[in-house]
Design a protein around this ligand. Structure first.
Ligand SMILES: [Zn+2]
Length: 176
């Protein structure tokens, strides 16, 4: 790739787009005030949007996942201070359930994606994921679903009967 008129290599901006401003805070600061970099970043961002849209249009999903994903959209985010009854006189804060589910999901992803959303509703935990480009979303989603269900059963008890996993974004391929 070539360099911009300001001297910034276009490849560096691509890295910024893919990995976020933490990849190079100095360059991010420069780009914010540089018309050349700003224009290039906007173009790159538009490219990634195309990738994300393409991934959404042709999702690799097991039968039924789409319906379950739509169902998850109607799930109600539990209010702060709400509790789950797990036994006579025993309650677990919703916050605890969400934290354990999020941690278990992140562990199960093992770097192949990231957790975008965790909320509970109607005896279920809903998990929204972004998966890395090129990763089989159905396999990964199922791994997360199983791991979260097991973690909650082991660490909390019978707090939910089901875990819904929704794959709702794809992370850009690493630059290289
Ligand atoms: Zn620049």
């Amino acid at each position: 790739m070539t360099a911009l008129p300001c001297g910034t290599p276009a490849a560096e901006l691509l890295r910024l787009t893919a990995d976020g401003r933490e990849a190079d805070p100095g360059l991010a600061n420069h780009a914010a005030g540089c018309p050349h970099c700003t224009a290039e970043l906007a173009a790159l961002d538009a490219d990634w949007s195309g990738v994300r849209e393409a991934a959404r249009e042709r999702p690799r999903t097991p039968p039924g996942l789409a319906d379950r994903a739509l169902g998850a959209l109607s799930g109600v985010r539990a209010a702060p201070g709400s509790y789950h009854d797990i036994a006579d006189g025993v309650r677990v804060a919703d916050r605890v359930v969400v934290l354990i589910a999020r941690r278990a999901a992140a562990d199960a992803l093992d770097g192949l994606g990231s957790v975008r959303d965790v909320h509970t509703g109607q005896n279920k935990v809903h998990i929204g994921l972004a998966v890395r480009w090129g990763v089989a979303a159905d396999t990964l989603a199922e791994r997360v679903r199983t791991a979260v269900l097991a973690a909650l059963a082991n660490q909390v008890g019978p707090v939910v009967s089901a875990v819904d996993v929704q794959v709702n974004d794809v992370l850009p391929p690493p630059f290289g």
